[in-house]
Write a protein that binds this ligand. Structure first.
Ligand SMILES: [Zn+2]
Length: 444
């Protein structure tokens, strides 16, 4: 349990000079109300009670922060309040605001740490860091385009229908790549048998987790199976390779893990509150017409399994699905000129980080074949929802960020979804943008 403490007239744990803050000193949850002072003269007014009474504005700048924070392993904060530099006194609104938050403080501090609201609060309050231009340059320099292409992508460009040798070979490639890294991935297979229009098929999701014991996790996902398509009647040996669907996204994730290996290793050693989990789904594609039962085999299975896995271990209140901060899904990437739009309001702030990363990299001259600062990620267009591996998670309340090209590329679900039709600079640019996104989300 948290041990609440009251701090008067000294620096609060969050930014700003706190006159009054209330929270916990231990490594769990806390809430603070922080009144920021404007100058020396004002700081002589030490009585927080008087602050509430004075409205003239000469005494107190304004309430600049009402902050919910937690310390230690679960370090995060929600910051609300008025802008810095407001010169008026406390308004009635601000007083109400702080009274309201005071009530919240007491309610939150009375919650047991296992309460199901806690993961939700932490998830909502997660704050990304902002990398400096030199950090951005360093991160981007770690992304290796030829390793992405030659080492990670090429072995995936084979037919990989669920339950076949091709699928097994790709699974082996992905698992061994992750296991060979120094970050210390725990790689496991989630294998299961499911009825399909083609009879019983064995599917295997690949799950790699940096710190399985961490309270929360960011999921980065794609599917590795390829679709059953009839071969070209003129060239029967030509099969569907699904380069953009989703060999390239798989290779991008492998490259992100390789490029950020040193930082991910450090993150793992720090026992950070939020860890990274990579999921490579099997059986995203339907065998025949797409239906609710003939599609999304792997994601349906994993969402169900996670919903029934207690987390933290032994918890009777919360499960692994509630530990998912954000579910990032990559799909149909690899072709030239992708348009990637925002699909969900509740994760729009994370989509904004992708837009911001693209703009920053462009301005720093770190992207190639990238005509304008907002080429890929656009918020001003919406092209309708897309059925994909996020659906079983979305239906269970997991926040989703769907990174998919819409409209779909012209070669979608045709034998032309090949390496030749991929655009290497675009793939490298997107990987660099995602490297910045991951670094900022995970705080390194
Ligand atoms: Zn597909």
């Amino acid at each position: 349990r948290c041990s609440p403490w009251l701090q008067l007239g000294s620096d609060a744990p969050c930014s700003g000079t706190g006159l009054l803050s209330l929270g916990c000193a231990d490594s769990c949850y806390g809430v603070g109300l922080i009144f920021v002072q404007r100058n020396e003269q004002q700081s002589q007014q030490q009585n927080p009670r008087r602050r509430f009474g004075k409205r003239q504005g000469k005494e107190l700048n304004s309430i600049n922060y009402c902050t919910i924070y937690s310390c230690g392993r679960d370090c995060c904060s929600i910051t609300v309040g008025t802008q810095y530099g407001v010169t008026e006194g406390i308004s009635d609104f601000e007083v109400c605001y702080c009274v309201f938050y005071s009530i919240c403080v007491h309610l939150l501090l009375s919650l047991p740490p296992t309460h199901p609201l806690i993961p939700l609060l932490l998830q909502l309050s997660h704050k990304a860091s902002k990398s400096s231009p030199s950090q951005v340059r360093r991160l981007v320099s770690q992304v290796d385009g030829s390793r992405l292409w030659e080492t990670h992508l090429r072995p995936i460009l084979i037919e990989r229908l669920p339950g076949t040798l091709g699928s097994q070979a790709v699974r082996q490639h992905i698992s061994s790549t992750l296991s060979s890294l120094s970050a210390g991935w725990t790689v496991e297979l989630d294998s299961f048998l499911s009825p399909t229009p083609r009879g019983q098929v064995t599917f295997s999701n690949i799950i790699a987790t940096l710190d399985p014991g961490a309270p929360r996790r960011l999921l980065l996902t794609c599917h590795y199976d390829s679709k059953v398509l009839p071969p070209d009647p003129r060239v029967p040996e030509r099969v569907f390779l699904g380069a953009s669907d989703s060999a390239v996204p798989c290779a991008m994730i492998l490259e992100l893990a390789s490029a950020l290996d040193a930082q991910l290793k450090a993150l793992n050693q720090q026992a950070s509150a939020v860890t990274l989990q990579l999921v490579f789904f099997d059986g995203e594609e339907s065998f025949e017409e797409w239906t609710a039962t003939d599609s999304l085999y792997g994601s349906r299975h994993l969402a169900e399994r996670m919903a029934h896995t207690p987390h933290p271990l032994g918890s009777t209140h919360t499960n692994l699905l509630q530990a998912v901060d954000l579910f990032v899904l990559l799909d149909l990437l690899g072709g030239p000129d992708p348009l990637i739009v925002n699909h969900f309001d509740n994760t729009a702030r994370w989509f904004d980080r992708l837009i911001a990363a693209e703009k920053r990299l462009h301005r720093q001259g770190l992207l190639t074949s990238h005509p304008s600062e907002q080429t890929y990620f656009r918020k001003d267009v919406y092209l309708g929802p897309v059925q994909d591996d996020h659906i079983p998670f979305l239906n269970k309340g997991v926040p989703v960020l769907h990174v998919i090209a819409t409209p779909f590329p012209p070669f979608w679900h045709t034998l032309d979804d090949t390496e030749e039709n991929m655009h290497r600079p675009t793939v490298e640019n997107l990987t660099k943008i995602l490297a910045v996104f991951l670094a900022e989300y995970l705080g390194f």
